[in-house]
Design a protein around this ligand. Sequence first.
Ligand code: UGA
Length: 454
Amino acid sequence: MNDIAVIGTSYVGLTTGVAFADMGNRVVCVDVDEGKIARLKAGKLPIHEPGLHEVVMRSVSAGRLSFSTSYEEGLKRAEFVFIAVGTPDDGTGGADLSQVRAAAQSVAEHMHRPIVVVNKSTVPIGTGDVVTRIINEHRRTSVEFSVVSNPEFLREGSALLDCLQPDRVVLGGPREAAERVAQLYRPLGCPVIITDIRTAEMIKYASNAFLATRISFINEIAAVCERLDADVKEVARGMGLDQRIGPHFLNAGLGFGGSCFPKDVRALMRMATDAGQHPQLLQAVMDINADRRRWVVERLRERLGDLAGKKIALLGVAFKPDTDDVRDAPALTIIRLLRDAGAHVTSYDPEAGEQARRDMPDIDLQPDPYTAVTGADAVVLVTEWKEFRFLDLDRLRRAMSGTTFIDGRNVYDPAEMRSAGFDYLGVARGAGADDSMAGEEIYLDTAVTRSDPV
Ligand code: UGA
């Protein structure tokens, strides 16, 4: 059992702390937000994340997990301290490091024993050196410490699972310290890469930028498919079966949102520019992504004409399913664009209503999908929540005043939607798209194998 302190109790911090506690360590999660810590102590989590609540409760009652606003308490026994605080956009495309700096200083002021400081926050390349300098400046005693970079790759909506079953663990820093951190991850039995600190920091940005690039790539292919009448869903499937390509992150739709991809691509572009390198591919990735939001408005105009006075209902506001997060959510941009065009927009989301109202106080949120679409000229599916797959289509269509249905995530079978009476439009599904035979893989007689000469 190791003693661990985790600074920050949002997605990364809370999930990391809970995961280490579940692996048998003693963990104190520290946050300067008193309200958040009080709520956590009362068993109320600040985020909606499947499975997390149960494991928090289990670890707290086993005495392996506790919460505190005090660095003194958090660092009393800690051999490892994980910094997992926010690094939001600083307004110029760069990452705002003020929370990381403040955490590093507080750690320095409360260190009593040799400690490994592990940075989990997504930070610009070179931040490891900044953290080292801050701790050197502020530590009271000559307590030894090392700084290790350990970027996190968990996704919202599957945070705990991703944390407990990672594809890899990346560690950057002095070998001995990195190896000690590697031991913490041993129970997970996954590959561990040990490298230098700047490379580890870059692996995080490069990974997120690559995934964002895949999404913008398939969205660009979708835009071409749309003009040439091909089905992008089948194109992605056909591509994904090539093992060099793989099937993930090839869902065409309304583009990426959330607190990570947009911010991290922008921050990487900023780092590249500052270093004298023009980030031309990354610029295209962001431009294509912005176009996806406009695509909805263009398609609605084609169908409904002038949008002034029209009623449009959005299904889904969260940036993706299984989260209540609305940061950089396509829905909020689409609502703004539609309102600018004079439309009235209603919306429904199973979890994200409260968060959405914080960002957009006058958002018209309805308690269920059927109320949201009542009297609507058109419906747009923005977030592919599972419950939207099981809607009573007949009831939905009857509640609307029009028949236009834009499926921004290609959730529905076009043929089924058309026979239910909708003027249905998916993302580049092609005129003949019919999911009843979609993705059919026919396995031919194996008389001819790959190794046989053709
Ligand atoms: C992303 C990465 O996937 C994580 O590995 C990383 O740790 C995290 O950012 C982070 O840096 O903290 P997350 O933002 O939670 O995770 O969500 P994703 O599941 O990656 O989805 C991001 C966005 O891409 C969503 O808006 C989603 O709708 C969109 N997306 C995803 C697509 O439009 N198409 C796809 O095929 C996949």
